[in-house]
Design a protein around this ligand. Structure first.
Ligand SMILES: [Zn+2]
Length: 534
């Protein structure tokens, strides 16, 4: 009755007929054949309830058996906080950690299992040292709040400080985590400040707001967007993608008496919402059909968009996207790659252990994630040259600052950004620090000399690389992101994507080796623990 199930079964039989007798037996067994046959399952293949519960059992047993490897002490507990499925039904279970009842920032562990929930693909933890801290604070909460408040020039609210263990470095510390809502000189800010609970100094901080890209009128007229309503009452709310809606800066969703929206002008805000919704809907569909992910958050949910930001910018603030305009004030910053970029931050935040931690290396990987999802969305939509054709440039349609695109993925240095990794990346501005991974993604997708696309050069290793196509590259990237832990680094991204390629494409080494070659080409070498192939 479900055509997708039928198609899956046919694919299994076809593979079984040309492979081993074991596979034939498995395919003819009455049980769920997709579970036992080693054929590649469909991209979007959420596991059934039984497989999901088996994954939890497997992951719990793994954590108990590998407590040494994940640096778990006897005063620590793990709690399953998130369980999502990825491409080919692979499952990712994220556990948060507490130490004597206090949340441990950086203590998350992600266990990946196969689709059946039986085999563990990987166990990753960002924690680098055992926790032995005393949990008695010597600094009171009010003092910590005042210290945190002083970190932003504009403060709207300061949340109640929360005592935590900060464990993203080799020296775990007792700290107050204080969330300050306000603004920096350039952009809104939702700043998490960690104040040392023993000496009152600032240990670390990170911002939920990721600003900096900017930029319908872009996607042709008319375009079809998913909205809701009937009679004489309509809303720019997409009820088929829960959480996705669009409106102005006050957070109210645009409504109307009919289901016709915008006027096609570059300065009209309702038109900007047409473009934002159109791009977000294409991105959602791309996630499902190419990457096997259910929604922006991995469990069927999306986030709202706001337009009309009074800035030459666009951002993600941890709970919604917000779009401004170009410097000439002629276009809203809502072309597909910019919308795809901002929702890419949402995907980053809801993958693996959540945020990638503090610092510009993690920040650069976060920005690159936005660019990768923008490029993937453009390729999925595959619009003609007269509109916004697929490419690996970022923001060329909005012409944000009058200098064309703001980033170039096949040659980041064309915009003054580094093409490859070096020890200066951790101190490079985050949008520039996106360069090495953006370049990696292009080399993996397209290679050095693709037909009909720009050539791209390498920084080390073989000068000629062959791409595996953007769909496979995206699937591998997403699967790696699902095992992210803080602090996220290029070395960890390499290990995670190599492991992901092996899990997703177990029957050969083409994908694994292409992932390795592209990382080596951008100066991110292999480190210990890397999966080998065959
Ligand atoms: Zn960004």
């Amino acid at each position: 009755m479900n055509p997708k199930v039928k198609l899956g079964a046919m694919a299994v039989l076809a593979v079984a007929a040309m492979t081993t007798p074991t596979a034939v037996n498995a395919a003819t067994a009455p049980a769920d054949t997709t579970r036992t046959v080693s054929a590649e399952p469909p991209v979007f293949a959420p596991p059934d309830a039984e497989s999901r519960s088996r994954a939890v059992t497997t992951a719990n047993a793994t954590l108990a058996a590998r407590s040494e490897a994940v640096l778990k002490g006897q005063n620590e507990k793990f709690t399953l906080s998130k369980s999502i499925a990825g491409a080919h039904g692979l499952q990712y279970l994220t556990y948060t950690r507490t130490y004597r009842g206090l949340p441990v920032h950086g203590g998350d562990v992600v266990v990946a299992t196969d689709r059946a929930g039986e085999l563990v693909g990987s166990v990753s933890s960002g924690q680098q040292a055992r926790i032995t801290v005393d949990v008695t604070s010597k600094v009171d909460a009010a003092t910590a709040a005042a210290t945190a408040r002083a970190q932003l020039p504009v403060v709207e609210t300061v949340a109640t400080p929360k005592l935590v263990v900060h464990a993203t470095t080799t020296t775990p510390k007792l700290a107050w985590e204080v969330v300050v809502n306000g603004a920096t000189a350039e952009a809104p800010s939702v700043l998490h400040v960690f104040v040392d609970a023993l000496d009152g100094s600032i240990v670390d901080s990170y911002d939920d707001v990721h600003a900096g890209t900017g930029n319908s009128y872009y996607n042709g007229n008319p375009v079809t967007i998913q909205t809701s309503g009937s009679g004489s009452s309509y809303s720019m709310t997409d009820t088929t993608r829960p959480g996705l809606r669009c409106g102005g800066q006050n957070g109210a969703t645009y409504t109307g008496t009919d289901d016709s929206w915008g006027n096609g002008s570059g300065t009209n805000l309702e038109t900007a919402c047409v473009d934002a919704l159109y791009a977000a809907q294409k991105e959602w569909d791309m996630l499902r059909n190419w990457l096997g992910r259910n929604g922006f958050n991995g469990s069927g949910g999306a986030f709202p968009a706001r337009v009309g930001l009074s800035a030459v910018n666009a951002y993600w603030n941890g709970s919604y996207t917000s779009f401004g305009r170009n410097s000439a004030n002629t276009r809203q910053a809502t072309p597909m790659d910019v919308v795809g970029h901002e929702y890419g931050h949402a995907i980053f935040q809801t993958s693996g252990s959540g945020g990638g931690g503090s610092g510009n290396e993690s920040g650069g990987l976060n920005e690159s994630t936005g660019d990768i999802f923008g490029a993937l969305t453009e390729h999925y939509a595959n619009q003609p040259a007269t509109l916004d054709p697929p490419d690996y440039l970022v923001g060329e349609e909005v012409n944000l600052t009058g200098a064309g695109e703001i980033r170039n993925m096949y040659n980041p240095s064309a915009k003054g950004h580094p093409n490859c990794y070096s020890s200066s990346i951790p101190s490079t501005q985050v949008h520039a620090a996106a360069g090495p991974q953006n370049h990696w993604f292009y080399l993996l997708s397209e290679g050095t000399n693709p037909v009909g696309k720009p050539a791209s050069s390498v920084c080390s290793g073989p000068t000629s690389l062959t791409g595996i196509g953007i769909q496979k590259a995206g699937r591998i990237y997403m699967a790696g992101l699902n095992t992210k832990t803080a602090p996220w680094t290029h070395a960890k991204a390499r290990r995670a994507t190599v492991a992901a390629a092996k899990s997703l494409f177990p029957s050969g080494c083409v994908e694994v080796n292409a992932v390795k070659a592209a990382w080596s080409a951008v100066n991110v070498p292999a480190t210990s623990g890397e999966v080998s192939c065959p």
